[in-house]
Design a binder for this molecule. Structure first.
Ligand code: DWN
Length: 410
């Protein structure tokens, strides 16, 4: 299949490197009635642009099909993420805010997990969240949330209404935005002259090193390196001045940026990280070809492990109906013949079925009521938190399975 031009620079230098096959929307969990209807699917393929270095989806799903009035993911599900965002709010409050009058904006504020902490530092904290059901949860906490996608027009409207921002922040948001040129225009409309932006997203080097192929799905249009991101911002009059690797979601990067002409100096962390990326080959297509080969091996290791356990007559379940679960289950062809159910803490997912593979999703209490032999953790990024809180499972002789980078019993 011929490739498409790069979504960032428009060049015909996009090297397709991984094809995870026909994929449903990761968070499109199904009702029993919907199981009999055809599901929307798209080709989940990634490419690397050798001109601007951006790794990206080749086919993109319309964001309105992903973020709406019944978005499945509530950010406040994890204690670890709550602590993480408390740390981010503190860092912002203590070292980045410089004027109590100027507002700050959080893009993709979801159910307010970060916004409520930021609002303690600055009463003029405004969330921007197009998924109206999660935005409503944040409003019920007394937070100010605009229920729309951020566009340059909305940015100008907000700047006129609340003022220009001393800070714009987004946790796991930037990589979800297909049109980053528009985002850069929005930042231009929102940011005060010395305003700062902070974004956290899954980090490409970690994805490649750890074989975290299940970070690749419809919502994640881009897989950023510091090299690709700094070039992108520079072409829009913005500049990264600091980067900081962070452990959440299996390895993410926190980037700090400002207007190109800001007084803030660019710190050595930016250049150092770019150098590390070059040393790891992220600037050339070969790294991605090798990644794709290793992904196929990882898939096989999982199929073999689960297949062997089933043949031994073991009872297996999935733990956490995460977005990435949809990728793993569909790409590896794992369905109800292997997993009795997937248990999850999100009440709105209970009674539904996993997209494409149709495994029933049940409350977490079902797990503890009748422990299986093995629990395959489908949100491996929360493995430590899950193993710790489910210590009774291990006491009953149960074992967890993880698949990153290759399948194994932990
Ligand atoms: O970028 C994104 C990240 C931040 O969140 C979004 N595109 C969507 C979402 O991705 P995800 O669904 O893969 O997120 P998580 O945080 O890896 O997984 C969340 C799911 O895991 C929820 O359905 C809740 C479940 N879970 C659970 O059942 N027990 C999570 C934890 C921590 C638990 O203990």
């Amino acid at each position: 299949m011929p490739s498409k031009p790069c979504r960032i620079c428009g060049d015909d230098t996009l090297h397709p490197f991984l094809d995870l096959g026909e994929m449903p929307i990761a968070n499109a969990f199904l009702t029993a009635d919907q199981l009999r209807q055809p599901e929307y699917k798209f080709r989940l393929r990634t490419g690397f642009c050798s001109h601007c270095l951006m790794v990206q989806l080749i086919d993109v799903v319309d964001p309105k099909m992903l973020f709406h009035d019944h978005y499945a993911y509530y950010s406040s599900i994890s204690r670890v993420m709550d602590r993480h965002f408390a740390g981010l709010a503190e860092l912002i409050g203590e070292s980045l805010l410089y004027d109590r009058e100027l507002p700050l904006y959080e893009i993709g504020s979801n159910d307010g997990i970060l916004l409520e902490k930021l609002a303690r530092w600055n009463p003029n904290a405004v969330g921007i969240e197009p998924s109206t059901n999660v935005a409503e949860v944040a409003r019920n906490k007394g937070l100010t949330v605009v229920g729309e996608f951020l566009t340059p027009a909305l940015a100008n409207e907000l700047a006129a209404k609340y003022g220009r921002a001393q800070l714009v922040v987004g946790g796991n948001v930037l990589c979800h935005i297909p049109d980053l040129k528009e985002l850069a225009k929005s930042l231009d409309g929102l940011l005060d002259e010395e305003g700062v932006f902070v974004f956290e997203d899954p980090y490409l080097l970690e994805i490649v090193t750890q074989l975290a192929y299940d970070q690749i799905y419809d919502e994640h249009v881009y897989y950023f390196s510091v090299s690709s991101l700094s070039r992108l911002f520079e072409s829009h009059g913005l500049r990264l001045f600091r980067v900081q690797p962070i452990p959440v979601h299996g390895g993410s990067m926190r980037v700090f940026g400002c207007r190109a002409g800001s007084r803030r100096p660019t710190e050595s962390s930016v250049g150092d990280q770019i150098e590390l990326e070059q040393e790891n080959g992220l600037g050339a297509p070969e790294a991605y070809t090798v990644f794709a080969e290793r992904v196929a091996q990882s898939r096989q290791s999982l199929i073999d492990l689960l297949g062997n356990l089933k043949r031994e007559g073991k009872r297996l379940i999935g733990y956490a109906a995460a977005s990435k679960a949809t990728v793993i289950l569909n790409y590896c062809g794992i369905g109800p013949e292997t997993l009795e159910y997937v248990c999850d803490t999100t009440p709105t997912k209970h009674g539904l079925f996993t997209p494409g593979t149709h495994v029933p999703i049940v409350p977490i209490e079902t797990f503890a009521a009748d422990y299986p032999d093995y629990a395959f953790v489908l949100a491996w990024n929360h493995l430590k938190e899950i193993v710790e809180k489910e210590s009774a499972f291990a006491s009953h002789g149960g074992k967890f399975i993880t698949h990153i980078p290759t399948a194994r019993v932990v």
